[in-house]
Design a protein around this ligand. Structure first.
Ligand code: IMP
Length: 452
């Protein structure tokens, strides 16, 4: 991986659309496992089938919607064209395109339907799913198109190619792709139905598996890893977790985990510590596990990479996680805020938010991750259901994060994460140090600044 960021194994986070965007940026998503084996495998297949440069159509509308509704849709997504499909879904029958050039709020009645102003499919250039990216781009430039819809033989929309992605695609030098140039994608698994789930995910093309559990120090994880080794040898890679101390790490490393995930109770949506008194401060957990990982490597010659999972809110938190010894990080809240996450955008008090809920909340009811012996229902919640401020495009956010992380490494004289583990110096700081930053400055509010 060129970008050491992974997205959390959560229904509010790791959808195929987000997985594609993150793989384009060099990271990796783990498709969540709070669904049927067939549903999860289909999501993995959707990522593996998605050709580089071909996007999911995310701004879609029905022909019967009003011009007022399409205006709100385009404004909130900061886009200027929507795809019209019969049912308003990304894979519905392709009906046409409607852009901000096709109507004007003062010239046209916003109660009129989209069908009255859209450019219908019959007048548009489209291409079949067999088209290559370079052929698609030729069609775009020859016909002066902004959007090329990819439509299959039944008339269903498959994806779109955007003119503005032409330059963008050339920037994706670090894409996470396999030997067949398909995007890489991970998948969460559990310790119950792994005999059915793992073969289906491997068949669908999952590149990496991870046991999804809030408590990884268990014989069930060891059995799940043993199943993978017996059936696939080293051909299938599987991580395990989560643990918060050296004993938990060693148990999973001895069981053959290909990486170990660290963190209990630190997630932004997590209430496990309040509910059960279980968990550990994320830095304390990481320091302990890193020590165990390094001792294990010295003793056995086997380096088991560590993933720091939960509670990383800012880019500087990630920098500290790497400095403490993490090899990569897993992020829930961070990605849930992005346009590409599967959760809806909502407007609260004039501000845009994305919905974000824990796998241990009643909304997710993930009983394979949170087993309280209650069968198919949670006996109590270990996560909350809430909102996080909308942060726009994943591409922009990841880009900024990576620039900042590189800058942190450079400040410490390191050019690789391994060097950073070795060279970074961590010092305790007082509460006063936190208070110092910008404490005596009234920050300028550019929007309401009349003094200029
Ligand atoms: P975040 O990046 O701080 O939002 O934390 C995300 C992580 O929280 C996930 O990768 C999980 O390990 C963990 N998590 C997910 N759902 C829950 C929950 O409902 N309760 C506790 N932890 C959770």
């Amino acid at each position: 991986m060129a970008t050491p960021l992974t997205s959390a194994i959560m229904g509010a986070v790791s959808s195929p659309r987000l997985a594609i965007a993150l793989a384009q940026c060099g990271g990796l998503s783990f498709i969540h496992q709070n669904n049927t084996v067939e549903e999860q495998a289909a999501m993995v297949t959707a990522v593996k089938r998605h050709k580089a440069g071909f996007r999911f159509s995310d701004i879609n509308i029905k022909p019967s919607a009003t011009l007022g509704e399409v205006t709100i849709l385009l404004e909130s997504a900061e886009r200027d064209v929507a795809v019209v499909t019969d049912d308003g879904s990304p894979h519905g029958t392709f009906i046409g395109l409607i852009s901000t050039d096709d109507f004007h709020p003062r010239r046209h009645n916003l109660d009129d339907d989209v069908a009255s102003r859209m450019r219908p499919a019959a007048d548009l250039v489209t291409a079949p799913p067999t088209v290559s990216l370079s052929e698609a781009n030729t069609l775009i430039w020859d016909n002066r198109l902004d959007v090329l819809p990819i439509v299959d033989g039944t008339g269903a929309l498959q994806s779109i190619v955007l003119r503005r992605d032409y330059e963008l695609h050339k920037q994706f030098r670090n894409e996470s792709i396999d030997a067949e140039k398909r995007f890489r994608v991970g998948a969460g698994v559990n310790t119950r139905d792994y005999r059915e789930r793992i073969p289906a995910l491997v068949e669908a093309g999952a590149d990496l598996l991870c046991i999804d559990s809030s408590d990884g120090f268990s014989v069930w994880q060891s059995e799940t890893i043993a199943y993978v080794r017996e059936r696939y040898g080293d051909r299938v890679r599987i991580g395990a977790g989560n643990v918060v101390d050296g004993r938990g790490f060693r148990y999973l490393a001895d069981a053959g985990a290909d990486f170990v995930k660290v963190g209990i109770g630190g997630g932004s949506i997590c209430i496990t510590r309040d509910q059960k008194g279980i968990g550990r401060g994320q830095a304390s957990a990481l320091i302990d596990v890193v020590e165990a990982r390094d001792a294990y490597a010295r003793e056995t010659g086997i380096y088991v990479p560590l993933c720091c999972d939960g509670g990383l809110i800012t880019d500087s938190h990630m920098a500290v996680a790497f400095a403490l010894g993490a090899d990569f990080v897993m992020l829930g809240r961070y990605f849930a805020r992005c346009a590409e996450s599967p959760a809806p955008i909502v407007r609260v008090g004039g501000q845009l938010f994305k919905e974000y809920w824990g796998e241990g909340s009643n909304r997710a009811r993930n009983v394979t991750r949170y087993d309280h012996g209650g069968g198919t229902k949670l006996t109590f919640e270990e996560g909350v259901d809430g909102y996080v401020p909308y942060a726009g495009s994943l591409y922009d956010n990841v880009d900024t994060t990576i620039v900042k992380l590189k800058s942190t490494l450079i400040s410490c004289g390191a050019t690789t994460i391994a060097d950073f583990h070795r060279d970074a110096v961590l010092v305790p700081v007082s509460q006063q140090s936190f208070l110092q930053n910008t404490a005596e400055i009234q920050l300028r509010d550019l929007q309401s600044d009349t003094a200029r």
